[in-house]
Every structure is written in C-alpha cells, then in structure tokens.
Design a protein around this ligand. Structure first.
Ligand code: PLP
Length: 398
C-alpha cells in the first residue's frame, strides 16, 4: 500500500506508521513487516501444492500443519479445531449456512442482535427468506447485548466487540447460552490481539479475520469445537478435513500465523498504549467541541472511539463532508453512515442503539493502532474542529 513508512515501534518490535495519519484500524490494518517477510519467504520457498505427495508438496503440508498447531496452542485449542478460510465473512457464512443446512428450514433457529456485522446480518436475512427463524435481541444504548432468554437448539451468533462502537459482549454470554442448550458462534474479529479472549473461547464456533491484526487480507480463521457438526460452504478437494475445500494458500497461512503470534504477544502493551490514547482523545475532543457525545461505552474496547458531533439538525453537520475534509488533510477515519445503492444510509448499529438519522450523519469513528502519538491526535482534533467551525460559519450559525 503506498504511503507507508516503517518506524521503530516503541514496544519490542518494529511496526508500521503511515505518512498519512491513519485512524481507521478497525476497518483494516497494515501488514506487519515480520508478517510480510514470512510471506515472501514462503511464496519463494514453498512452491508445492500441499496435497501433492512429493517433497515439494510435503514441505508445504508440513508448514501448514505446523501453523495450525501454533495457532491451536495460542488459542488453547486442538489443531483439529482450526480451519483456514479466506475471511471472517467466509467463516461466518460457513457457520450460519451449515446450521441452516443441518436443520430443516422451518426448524433452524438463530438468535442475533441488530448491531452485528453485515456478514452475519445479511446472511441471516438470506436464510430467513429461505425459511429460517431469526430472533433479534435489542442492544442497550451502549450497544451491549445483555444475557437473554434463549431456547435450546438455537444457534446464537454475536460479536465479542462491536466494530463500530467497541461495546463488549458480556463475558457470561457463552456459558449462559450453552447452559440453555444453545450453540454459540462468536464473531471475534475485533477482539483478537485487543481484549481478553478467554470468556469466548469455549464457544462452539469462533470467526477471526487476519487483516484486523496486521496480517494479510484474504485470510480468516474458523474455530470449530471438536464434536461440533459443520457442513462445508465450499465443496471440492476435501481440504481442511473436508470442511473447506480449495488448495491451501501456504504463504497467507504462514503470514496469518505470524500475525496471530505477534498480536497475542503484544496484546498487553498495545492495550495500555491505546487505552491512554483513547482517554486523551475523549478529553481533548470534549474540551475543544463540548457538544460531542461519545457512543462508545467507557467500559468498551479502547481501540474504537465513536462519537456524535451534533444533535441539532439546524447545524447541518455532515460526517461525509468531514471525512472528505479530513482526508484532504491526510487523515483517515470512518463515519456513522454507509453508501448503499448510491445513497447515504445511517449506520444500522447507530440506529440499533437509538440514534436519529441526523445523529448518525454527524458521527465519526476513530480506531487506534500502535505507534500513534498524542501529537497525532492533536492534529486530528485541531483539523476536525476547524472544519466544524467552518461548516457552522457557512450556515451563519456562528
Ligand atoms: N465481523 C466484524 C466485527 C468485522 O469488523 C468485520 C470486518 O470489518 C468482519 C466481520 C468481516 O471480516 P472480513 O473482512 O475478514 O470478511
């Protein structure tokens, strides 16, 4: 990706910084240099198809199985529980569609929240059209889905960390649902390398995405508890114990494994660094733009900070214009809306927690990664506030 430069990471490894001020780490993360090095080496030196029985194939197979063992050990799982996929979207689709296929349409039951990622919501919408029953639990105004009554023989699918708000799934969710006889799938995409995974590791299924923890895009993991039944989404050469066909991407798997090791090893230092940055940005934004309200709960993941800049529609503040203004000054953040079929729609997550469409339209999401400084955040706040003042002045509101 152009615009990257490598600087010395203040922790125990080198890390990336960008020439631009990138504050959008929840959307994706740059490749860690060590991951890149492992992948280049694997691309060059492991050319065989892992299913081939000759030396080249056997070497690639060995690397993949070694990677699987490392990941299993880091996640306190068995190697047979680890399935390599192309993305968290694929992992999520596999789990949900498998549950549907294993039950008759009329008897397949799901439980989810309206604040889930579209990989879950759009898949469940599709399955509902095919006859599945989908129960949707409302989150509270902090985006938290509380312990719920759940029927047995239901597949519960919820995120550990909300990707727009950073809200955390209560730690007892998995055990409560399992005690009630339900199966649990956790979308842990925004959790790995950021918060403690322990409360979620006993889930029947877990989905992860490599590009959210400095690994390569195009990689995902599905963790399926031994004994859980899973139909493949992709049929073919019966790779991954016949749970995900397709020739394994040896170099991507090697990169994903290194990224996971680094993310878990650096988790504690990354958390405390980002926690400080999150609190600092909350303070400086409040001081410079008192109308700001924070949608991210203080108890949530510090890696995500979501805030609304105006509640008065007269002010006509528009996050898309802000994003473009920030972009022109070299700063990348996300907004509280998304382009759908050519028109701007308020984010389904903000709608789910009760924000009006105007509030969603004036909402930004900043997401943090390592290597950022308070000066970087000052640059963001100063640029944002001067854009806001200009917007209000152009409406003769100041
Ligand atoms: N789930 C969550 C919470 C996410 O944030 C994302 C990506 O934005 C996904 C699922 C989908 O991940 P992928 O890009 O690997 O398909």
């Amino acid at each position: 990706m152009p615009g990257f430069r490598v600087v010395k990471f203040t922790g125990n490894s080198d890390f990336y910084r960008m020439k631009r001020l990138f504050l959008d780490f929840a959307s994706t993360t740059p490749l860690h240099p060590e991951v890149e090095a492992v992948m280049l080496d694997t691309f060059r030196n492991y050319p065989g198809n892992p299913s081939s029985i000759h030396e080249d194939g056997r070497r690639a197979r060995f690397l993949i199985e070694e990677s699987r063992e490392k990941i299993a050990s880091l996640l306190h799982k068995e190697p047979s529980e680890i399935i390599f996929t192309s993305s968290a979207t694929e992992s999520i689709n596999t789990v949900l569609k498998s549950w549907f296929m294993r039950n008759l349409p009329g008897t397949s039951r799901f439980l989810t929240s309206p604040a889930e990622h579209h990989a879950t919501l759009h898949t469940l919408k599709y399955l509902k059209e095919k006859g599945a029953s989908v129960q949707v639990i409302q989150p509270d105004s902090d985006g938290i889905v509380s312990v719920f009554p759940v029927d047995s023989d239901t597949l519960v699918s919820l995120m550990a960390v909300n990707n727009e708000l950073g809200s955390l799934l209560p730690s007892e969710t998995v055990s409560t649902a399992q005690k009630a006889g339900a199966l649990v799938h956790i979308d842990a995409v925004q959790a790995l390398g950021k918060i403690r995974l322990d409360p979620f590791l006993s889930a029947d299924f877990l989905s992860f995405s490599g590009h959210k923890f400095y690994g390569p895009r195009g990689t995902g993991l599905l963790v399926a508890k031994n004994g859980s039944e899973l139909d493949p989404l992709l049929h073919g050469g019966a790779q991954e114990r016949n749970r995900r066909s397709g020739t394994e991407a040896t170099a991507l798997i090697a990169g994903l494994t290194r990224a996971l090791e680094l993310a878990l090893n650096n988790q504690e230092s990354a958390y405390s660094e980002v926690y400080g940055l999150n609190r600092y940005l909350r303070q400086t934004l409040t001081a410079q733009w008192p109308a700001v309200t924070f949608n991210s709960p203080e108890t949530g993941s510090p890696f995500i900070l979501n805030f609304t800049l105006s509640t008065d529609p007269e002010e006509e503040i528009d996050s898309e214009a802000l994003i473009m203004g920030l972009d022109a000054k070299g700063i990348s953040v996300s907004s509280g809306s998304a382009c759908s079929s050519g028109s701007w729609e308020p984010s389904h997550v903000l709608t789910a927690i009760g924000k009006t469409s105007y509030e969603a339209q004036t909402t930004l999401r900043v997401s943090f990664g390592p290597g950022l400084s308070r000066e970087d955040l000052d640059r963001f706040t100063d640029t944002l506030v001067s854009l806001l003042i200009r917007m209000k002045a152009s409406k003769n509101l100041i």
